[in-house]
Design a protein. Structure first.
Length: 415
C-alpha cells in the first residue's frame, strides 16, 4: 500500500531546511534544474509518449491532448521559465514596512515561506516544473499530485529535478510526487492538517469544486476560465477580429482562452459577420442569441447554459447588447472571474470596463491569453486565482509566501 504519510513527514521535515536556504543556493539549484531538463529531453519525451498513447486510447479530446504533449521546444520553454524564476528577486526576508510605536517598540512586517504547499492538478506536466520552481524559490517544500493522464511524464520530470537538487547538496524532499493516482490519496492531501500549509488545485471545474468542498487545509481556488471579449461600439473591427482569433484559437485547452463574445448593437451588423467568418474558417462553432443569429447565418442558437460554459473546444458564445452597462452586467453574471477584455477606442468606456468588471484580470484592447505568470514577468505561475483572499490573478512568488511581524524592544512591558 502506498505510504503518503511518509511523504508528508519528509516534506514537513524539509520545511525549516528550505526556509534557511540562501538566495544564491536556490538560484544555482534552479539553473541546474533548467539545464538538466534540457539535457534530459529525450528521457522526458519518451515518458510523455506513453501518456499520449494512453490519452488517445482513452478518447481524450485534441485540446486536452495538446495540453498534455511535451516536445523539445516545450521543454525548453519550461526550462526557460525556471531560469526566469531564478532571475527574479527573492521575496524571502523582505521587510515590507517598519514603524515605531509611542512605547518605543519598532514593528516590522517580514515576508516568510508558506511552508509545505500541496498541488493537485490534471493533465498539465508543465505544472510539475512550474510548481517546483516557484515554491522552491519562495522557500517552500511542495507535494505534487498530478492526474493519471500525465503520471509517466511527471515521474520523469520530478526525477530530473531531484537529481539536480542532490547534485547541489539540497534535500530531495523539496519536491515530492504522489505516484499512486488513486483518488484516496488526493483526499488524504486535502485533510493533511498539521502537514500541508496550503493546497492549490489546478484543473477543471470538477476538480476545483471537489477540493474546495472537501479540503480541511487552507485552499486557494484557481478557477476555470469563461473569459469574455466585449466589442464596444467604438471598436476597431479589424483589431477585434485579430484579438478574438488569438484569444480563442492560439491554444484551445487553456483557461485564459476566450469562450464568450459580447457585441454592442451599434456595431454588430458590421462586426459579427467578420468575426463569425474569421472563426468559421477554422471550424469554430458560434452559438449566439437571437440578434446574432439574425445578423449571420453562421451563428447557431445558444442556450442559457452556453453563456456560462468554458468550452475548451472550437465553440464560442455570442451576445448582442444595447450598451456597455448591459455588457458589464452580462459578463459579471456569467464570468468565472478570470479574464475579460474590451475592444474600444473610447477612453471612458475603457475606464468603466476596468472599474466595474469583477474579474482577476481586465484588459483594454488586448487578448485574454496574456493572463499568464510568464507573460506577466513572474517567470512562471502556480495557478491563476479567481478568489479574493490572499492572492488573485496569476500567482507568482509573492503569492506563495506569508508574513510575520518582527518586533524590536528595549525592555518594554505592557501595563
Amino acid at each position: 500500500m502506498y505510504n503518503l504519510s511518509e511523504i508528508l513527514g519528509k516534506a514537513k521535515a524539509a520545511k525549516p531546511v528550505l526556509a534557511k536556504l540562501g538566495t544564491d543556493a536556490k538560484n544555482e539549484a534552479l539553473l541546474l534544474v533548467a539545464d538538466e531538463l534540457k539535457k534530459s529531453h529525450d528521457e522526458i519525451i519518451k515518458a510523455n509518449k506513453v501518456d499520449l498513447l494512453n490519452a488517445e486510447a482513452n478518447g481524450m479530446s485534441p485540446a486536452l491532448i495538446d495540453r498534455l504533449k511535451l516536445t523539445e521546444e516545450r521543454i525548453e520553454g519550461i526550462a526557460e521559465g525556471v531560469r526566469q524564476v531564478a532571475a527574479l528577486p527573492d521575496p524571502i526576508g523582505e521587510v515590507l514596512s517598519m514603524w515605531k510605536r509611542p512605547n518605543g517598540l519598532t514593528i516590522g512586517e517580514k515576508r516568510v515561506p508558506m511552508g509545505v504547499i500541496a498541488i493537485i492538478y490534471e493533465s498539465r506536466p508543465n505544472v510539475t516544473v512550474d510548481s517546483f520552481a516557484l515554491t522552491f524559490k519562495a522557500g517552500n517544500a511542495v507535494i505534487l499530485r498530478g492526474g493519471s493522464d500525465c503520471i509517466n511524464s511527471n515521474i520523469a520530470l520530478v526525477s530530473v529535478i531531484k537529481r539536480a537538487l542532490s547534485e547541489k547538496g539540497i534535500t530531495e524532499d523539496a519536491v515530492s510526487l504522489v505516484e499512486d493516482t488513486d483518488r484516496k490519496y488526493a483526499e488524504e492531501l486535502m485533510k493533511a492538517n498539521g502537514f500541508v500549509d496550503l493546497l492549490i488545485p489546478r484543473g477543471g471545474a470538477g476538480l476545483i469544486s471537489s477540493v474546495v468542498m472537501n479540503a480541511t487545509v487552507p485552499v486557494i481556488e484557481t478557477g476555470t476560465g469563461n473569459c469574455h471579449i466585449y466589442v464596444d461600439k467604438s471598436a476597431d473591427i479589424n483589431m477585434a477580429v485579430r484579438i478574438i482569433r488569438n484569444a480563442k484559437l492560439q491554444r484551445l485547452g487553456v483557461c485564459n482562452a476566450c469562450e464568450s463574445l459580447v457585441i454592442h448593437r451599434d456595431i454588430a451588423d458590421l462586426a459579427i459577420p467578420l468575426i463569425a467568418s474569421d472563426l468559421a474558417s477554422d471550424e469554430v462553432e458560434i452559438r449566439g442569441d437571437e440578434a446574432s443569429c439574425e445578423i449571420s447565418n453562421i451563428v447557431t442558437p445558444a442556450s442559457e447554459e452556453d453563456y456560462g460554459t468554458e468550452y475548451l473546444a472550437k465553440i464560442i458564445s455570442a451576445k448582442v447588447v444595447d450598451d456597455i452597462d448591459e455588457a458589464i452586467a452580462h459578463i459579471n453574471k456569467y464570468s468565472t472571474g478570470h479574464s475579460e477584455s474590451i475592444i474600444t477606442n473610447d477612453y471612458e468606456s475603457a475606464q468603466k470596463f476596468l472599474d466595474e468588471i469583477d474579474s482577476a484580470c481586465v484588459y483594454v484592447n488586448a487578448s485574454t491569453r496574456f493572463t499568464d505568470g510568464f507573460m506577466f514577468g513572474f517567470g512562471a505561475e502556480i495557478g491563476i486565482s479567481t478568489q479574493k483572499l490572499h492572492a488573485r490573478g496569476p500567482m507568482g512568488l509573492k503569492a506563495l509566501t506569508s508574513t510575520k511581524y518582527i518586533i524590536y524592544g528595549n525592555g518594554q512591558i505592557r501595563d
